[in-house]
Design a protein around this ligand. Structure first.
Ligand SMILES: NC(=O)c1ccc[n+]([C@@H]2O[C@H](COP(=O)([O-])OP(=O)(O)OC[C@H]3O[C@@H](n4cnc5c(N)ncnc54)[C@H](OP(=O)(O)O)[C@@H]3O)[C@@H](O)[C@H]2O)c1
Length: 269
């Protein structure tokens, strides 16, 4: 029997993980869900055949407890499940800005904690998750958390002090790229293309460029230079992006996301 995994809070991210684990071949009998809304529980039972139980039951039956509620609900959930936990269990948190110290302070002494920053491309098994260990976490616990997250994409380990930067880059990152996609589609419409044509051109260009980056392993500057002939059309466009300080705007935007992540963490403590 595979180790039992409980997912507490099956919203967008919780369901993404649940469906990824099932697609990756974890038997549904080894999974449990804790979800407070009755209709949502019924929906998940019907869609996946997964057992939905009260949080405390899920926490006491599982080997690994994944907490996926909003950061502001985390303190209450941890206090609720703390009496049901035992030594040797692993608690994995996917909540933005919630530190392992905060989680450990709500749990019995010695429980292993791993903090993860996931992102939404996990929905299509192309997620990027960054893991950090808490103070009672051994190699086996980290490997289990890695294997959970590997079911929805790539996984790296980072020291916890880098998690605010990770949140700013890969956690929020899909939104910046969707923003660029929106802007390029709008531009295509301004240039006279039908919206569906503009969308198809932009989406495939983004997917193709991402694949080119990954499969060639080339530096983005090299790939950009390949498309930029001297005095050509791309050079004219890049000149405008530089004049409008788009590179600097990305830097300040991500600094703002990093600072917001820090502030959220301080607010939770
Ligand atoms: N979505 C993202 O792109 C993303 C990326 C990285 C990290 N995350 C992290 O993932 C976590 C969840 O985000 P989300 O977008 O999935 O939010 P969400 O869709 O609101 O999901 C949270 C779920 O938890 C449920 N819940 C709240 N309190 C609960 C409790 N005490 N017991 C059981 N279930 C409870 C909520 O139910 P109700 O609706 O009934 O309250 C909801 O179904 C957040 O901490 C977020 O920081 C999300």
């Amino acid at each position: 029997m595979a180790a039992q995994v409980a997912i507490l809070g099956a919203g967008v991210m919780g369901e993404t993980l649940l469906s990824g684990l099932i697609r990756a071949g974890r038997p549904v009998e080894s999974l449990l869900v804790g979800e407070k809304r009755r209709e949502r529980a019924a929906e998940l039972e019907q869609r996946y055949g997964v057992e939905v139980v009260p949080n405390r039951d899920a926490a006491s039956r599982a080997d690994t407890v994944v907490v996926v509620v909003k950061p502001q609900d985390m303190g209450e959930l941890l206090s609720e499940i703390a009496p049901s936990l035992r030594q040797g269990q692993l608690v994995v948190s996917l909540a933005a800005g919630i530190t392992t110290a905060f989680i450990e302070s709500h749990l019995p002494e010695g429980i292993a904690v791993v903090r993860v920053m996931p992102n939404t491309p996990a929905l299509v098994d192309e997620g990027m998750a960054a893991l950090s260990r808490g103070s009672h976490c051994d190699e086996e616990h980290l490997a289990e958390a890695e294997s959970l997250m590997a079911s929805t994409g790539r996984v790296i380990r980072v020291p916890e002090r880098q998690q605010d930067a990770v949140t700013a880059i890969s956690g929020s990152g899909p939104a910046y790229l969707f923003f660029v996609v929106e802007a390029m589609i709008e531009a295509g419409v301004h240039l006279g293309l039908p919206r569906t044509t503009a969308s198809e051109l932009v989406v495939q260009t983004v997917v193709g460029s991402a694949k080119l980056l990954r499969e060639t392993g080339e530096h983005p500057t090299v790939l950009r230079e390949q498309v930029t002939s001297p005095g050509g059309t791309t050079a004219a466009a890049i000149r405008q992006l530089e004049d409008h300080k788009v590179r600097a705007a990305f830097l300040t935007a991500m600094e703002a996301a990093r600072d917001r992540s820090r502030a959220l963490a301080e607010g939770a403590l």
